[in-house]
Design a protein around this ligand. Structure first.
Ligand SMILES: [Zn+2]
Length: 99
């Protein structure tokens, strides 16, 4: 097992699986891979939580502001800090028009 901490290629693959899991059902093998990796990799666990959060926000944002980068999924590629998440949250509470 090459399950060493900091396996960047493995993490990339897992990131792909995580985002795919939001679009369609993964195969059994992919799900097993995902679960095993998430169990030992904090980074990917965090990423998968953030993606679930962003997907939820994007669904909400899609109702209020279809032109928002959130709605188009652009922001999914970015690694979100807790600060960024708070910004998104308060932006949504304030609504798209800030002026
Ligand atoms: Zn990982």
């Amino acid at each position: 097992m090459a399950g060493h901490h900091g396996d960047r290629d493995g993490c990339k693959e897992i990131a792909r699986l995580v985002s795919e899991s939001h679009d369609h059902k993964l195969s059994l093998w992919d799900r097993v891979q995902l679960r095993l990796h998430l169990a030992m990799c904090l980074m990917c666990r965090r990423f998968s939580k953030q993606l679930a959060f962003v997907r939820g926000v994007a669904a909400v944002a899609g109702h209020t502001d279809p032109d928002s980068p959130l709605a188009s999924g652009t922001i999914v590629d970015a690694t979100l800090s807790p600060e960024a998440k708070n910004r998104i949250r308060s932006a949504l509470q304030r609504g798209p028009s800030r002026s």
